[in-house]
Ligand binder design. Structure first.
Ligand code: ADP
Ligand code: MG
Length: 138
């Protein structure tokens, strides 16, 4: 079934000039970009986006990282988008990521790992609505 997922190019990816390259990878993999923008989150906004991780030891550091510069959130659409996006992103830790995945190619560390991707239908719904309203998703 065709579905939407939320991808984010994180501050490290934007700073390294990887935005265009990563968008190309999505398009080459059959994703339609239904919405895209560039934003710089406040701490409060980043804490809200990652509320699910608030008890984790890396939460504070993750929020600092995600607010150190602009990010590029986008809504991706295709068959099986959530799983397919997770597949082409690669594992959270680039050391464990499969060859050819975005994180294997570009990530520095388990934290600075270039991209975010929704991990379930429920999180995709929350995350898409966090950044975009229905008039912005085309
Ligand atoms: P993913 O982004 O692959 O879904 P998680 O949801 O588990 O991974 O974690 C969210 C983000 O938090 C990761 O992408 C990464 O930036 C950061 N992170 C996860 N685990 C760690 C860790 N052990 N140390 C530092 N940062 C981490
Ligand atoms: Mg996650």
């Amino acid at each position: 079934m065709a579905e939407q997922t939320l991808s984010i190019i994180k501050p490290d990816g934007v700073k390294k000039g990887l935005t265009g390259k990563i968008i190309s990878i999505f398009e080459e993999n059959g994703f339609e970009i239904k919405a895209i923008k560039k934003v710089w989150l406040t701490k409060k906004q980043a804490e809200g986006f990652y509320y699910i991780h608030k008890e984790r030891p890396f939460f504070g550091s993750l929020v600092d990282f995600m607010t150190e510069g602009p990010i590029v959130p986008m809504v991706l659409f295709r068959e099986n988008a959530i799983l397919k996006n997770r597949e082409i992103m690669g594992a959270t830790n680039p050391k464990d990521a499969a060859e050819g995945t975005i994180r294997k190619l570009f990530a520095e560390s388990i934290e600075r790992n270039v991209v975010h991707g929704s991990d379930s239908l429920e999180s995709a719904r929350f995350e898409v609505a966090f950044f975009f309203n229905i008039f912005e998703i085309l």
